[in-house]
Design a protein around this ligand. Structure first.
Ligand code: NAD
Ligand code: DAU
Length: 380
């Protein structure tokens, strides 16, 4: 079959990547979607069971750091667009093992950039009609102050343009031109990869685009991250390890809204531009945790507040960024994107999904991950 486009999505077996792959496979039957993933601990093909038989989907197990292999795959599949999500993504792991983060996030991105450049330059039309889209994070911008540390009290209502959570904890935001100031090995490695992507545009003319997104939540997230970890722990009546005083603030976006933004920007974003993507939805960790507890208890039929006693304050994460808050006005104004889900709906959907998909969770949390988790919280 002759496909209109051949799109390489890296990290498609991970959390966000699996939502992007699913969206593209279903929405664009005339595109061939090549999901390239190394299947690290975070990669899980069970995330894609519902689309793996589709005729426009294929999976390739490969390491983005393997330049020769990537270059050969670019030729074999005649790749004309790349959406690059593969990365080591967990801040706590980066504190324990920074080398792996530098290797994958920096060298892996460089290997993809060079393979794309060489392959596309070898074609008669060169960079015409090509796109290298790099998915990055708001963490590269560093941390913001809590200028209203008391914030606001739940319950809240949230819409994209008028959210009580917009400016809830401070009036300053990350903008596209905010200076990079990463603090963790994870964000330092992501920042470095962003610089390489922009350098490939400025030096060689590679048609790149970069987006920086806030915290995602939703189905298929690996349960080392706050929301799925806590949902699973509540279900099993395990302690909920709150770092520090639980006062750090994050801006949460439902993962399918991020995937929609990626689709829009891949097709309509301007080459060499940066777009911030965020939910206008800031939450202090401890408030968010209480919402998760209330939702899980309600859906499990537990008495109200039954799981509050699981909250356990533990030693803070080293270098823990206090507040992230993305301003995504540029994306709203230029491309008309906005989050579709109110936070309450998103959390309800997310909790239900994890409770209804316990076998998915059990497969991940048995064995190696359990051991890692015990090690991580030893002494905290
Ligand atoms: P994830 O950890 O769930 O998935 C990462 C995927 O990359 C996994 O499938 C893994 O197997 C694959 N991978 C890792 N190393 C690889 C390698 N060397 N070669 C090929 N594949 C490899 O991550 P996620 O949360 O889905 O994040 C995806 C991307 O989005 C990352 O680049 C991350 O920095 C960025 N991001 C994440 C968030 C968030 O809240 N999760 C927010 C903003 C940006
Ligand atoms: O902002 C975007 C980033 O969001 C992405 O780039 C990262 O890939 C993604 O992992 C996420 O980073 P965070 O460090 O913000 O996410 P995490 O779920 O690990 O933690 C969210 C907040 O909750 C953070 O302030 C740390 C805190 N936390 C986390 C865990 C896992 C706890 O208090 N206890 C926990 O057990």
């Amino acid at each position: 079959m002759n496909f209109k486009r051949n799109i390489l999505i890296t990290g498609g077996a991970g959390f966000i990547g699996s939502h992007v792959v699913r969206l593209f496979v279903r929405k664009y039957p005339d595109y061939r979607i090549i999901n390239l993933d190394k299947l690290t601990y975070a990669g899980n093909l069970a995330n894609l069971e519902d689309i793996e038989q589709e005729p426009n989907y294929c999976f390739v197990k490969a390491d983005i750091c393997d330049f020769e292999r990537i270059y050969a795959l670019m030729q074999e599949y005649r790749i004309d667009g790349i959406i690059h999500l593969a990365a080591e993504s967990h801040v706590d792991r980066s504190i324990k093992d920074p080398f792996t983060f530098a290797r994958t996030n920096v060298m892996g991105t460089l290997s993809l950039l060079q393979a794309a450049k060489l392959y596309w330059e070898s074609l008669p039309e060169k960079f015409e009609g090509k796109r290298f889209y790099h998915i990055s994070t708001d963490e590269v911008y560093g941390a913001l102050e809590l200028t209203h540390p008391e914030g606001i009290e739940p319950p809240f209502t949230t819409t994209a343009s008028s959210s009580e959570h917009h400016q809830a904890y401070g009036t300053d935001f990350f903008y596209e031109d905010t200076k990079y100031n990463p603090h963790s090995p994870y964000s330092a490695a992501k920042a470095s990869s962003d610089h390489f992507v922009r350098a490939y545009h400025d030096t060689y003319g590679l048609p790149t685009i970069v987006t920086n997104c806030s915290n995602n939540y939703g189905p298929y997230q690996f349960p080392e991250k706050l929301i799925p970890l806590f949902i699973n722990n509540i279900r099993h009546r395990k302690p909920l390890p709150v770092y520090g005083k639980g006062e750090n603030v994050r801006d949460w976006l439902y993962v399918e809204d991020h995937a929609r933004a990626i689709d829009l920007i891949f097709h309509e974003g301007k080459t060499a531009e940066t777009y911030n993507i965020g939910g206008f939805n800031e939450w202090k960790n401890i408030d968010l945790i209480k919402v998760i507890i209330a939702t899980v208890d309600r859906l499990l039929g537990n008495a109200e507040g039954a799981s509050l006693d699981l909250i356990t304050y533990v030693t803070d994460r080293a270098g823990h960024d206090l507040r992230y808050a993305i301003d995504s006005t540029k994306l709203q104004k230029e491309l008309g994107w906005e989050p579709s889900l109110q936070f309450e709906e998103g959390i309800e959907k997310t909790v239900r999904w994890y409770l209804d998909n316990q076998p998915w969770m059990d497969r991940i949390t048995s064995g190696e991950y359990e051991k890692y988790y015990e090690e991580m919280y030893k002494g905290r």
